[in-house]
Design a protein around this ligand. Structure first.
Ligand SMILES: [Zn+2]
Length: 313
């Protein structure tokens, strides 16, 4: 029996700010890339058909990510981070790119480019007062003390307590009631982030990091496939559905199956396993070409195509 996601959006409504960024964006770059985008559009009429579209090559041809048509910015109270939801060209497919780590800009850039091509919304976390800050961690203020947290560990209470404990040497010395109060506050942030995309579509979470490999998941006793496929380095997928796992496994990719019986680490993949939400996580190296290729594989899987389908292959 699947739980329904406890939608925290009622808390968000009054704080939601809507901007139209389409008018003051970098139009020069945008026009330069317009031809490429139009070419792609013609292939894409009628839904998520990737036929004839070589996404990874198209991504590499774009110098910069075109601006979204609109975006919303939802501040997380007592935290430096805000949730930015970017809408591309008004129409949205039932797929959402989610980017949680500011230290992984390659993954965001690739998601934005593909988001623009295929009208897929992108949710990202940012610090509006320091938009170029590239810390992996966010901070939460509690009684004038700042606590660091990993934004991909805030989706369960257990995960919040773990990340606060791991990132803040003073946390474990606090009274139990204070520790719980801070963790509850952090969980509220996690709920607000998740309310942007849970039950609104299939999630493709995008990461580019060099410090985690599939072997780490094996070490945790999770079900993993270490694939034969070359050229992707230590990149891997994390999925919540067995069928997606099987398809990626049979195509030779590194893939982890996140299950409810795995250890609760408060990650988005664990949250999706709780709610039975279809989810594909891309964990790529910092090479944008690999990042784009993995995103293309994920989109092919979601479109029910062979993972490595692409024109001419
Ligand atoms: Zn990450």
């Amino acid at each position: 029996m699947l739980k329904k996601f406890d939608d925290a959006s009622h808390k968000i409504k009054n704080e939601k700010l809507v901007f139209d960024e389409g008018t003051h964006a970098d139009h020069k770059n945008f026009l330069e890339e317009e031809k490429t985008i139009t070419e792609i559009d013609e292939h894409l009429r009628g839904g998520l058909s990737l036929e004839g579209v070589d996404i990874s090559s198209s991504v590499m041809r774009l110098n910069s990510a075109p601006p979204p048509e609109t975006f919303t910015l939802v501040p997380l109270e007592n935290s430096n981070l805000s949730i930015r939801t970017e809408k591309y060209k008004g129409s949205s497919k039932d797929i959402i790119f989610v980017h949680l780590h500011r230290s992984e800009p390659i993954a965001l850039d690739v998601a934005r480019k593909i988001g623009n091509m295929l009208q897929i919304n992108v949710v990202t976390l940012m610090d509006p007062s320091m938009p170029h800050n590239s810390d992996r961690y966010g901070t939460l203020m509690h009684r004038k003390i700042a606590y660091a947290y990993d934004p991909n560990k805030v989706f369960t209470l257990e995960g919040c307590m773990q990340t606060l404990n791991m990132r803040n040497s003073n946390y474990k010395f606090l009274d139990k009631s204070v520790r719980e109060e801070i963790a509850q506050d952090l969980l509220e942030k996690g709920k607000m982030i998740a309310a942007q995309f849970m039950e609104k579509g299939t999630i493709i979470a995008v990461h580019n990091t060099e410090n985690q490999t599939i072997a780490d998941f094996k070490g945790l006793g999770m079900e993993v496939n270490i694939g034969e496929r070359k050229g992707f380095g230590d990149s891997f997928f994390v999925v919540t559905e067995r069928a997606d796992y099987d398809v990626l496994k049979s195509a030779g990719y590194n893939v982890v199956l996140q299950k409810l019986s795995d250890k609760d680490d408060g990650s988005l993949s664990y949250l999706c396993s709780i709610y039975g939400q279809r989810y594909i996580n891309i964990d790529s190296s910092s090479d944008p070409r690999i990042n784009a290729s993995l995103a293309e594989v994920a989109l092919n899987v979601l479109a029910g195509r062979r993972p490595d389908a692409s024109p001419g292959k």
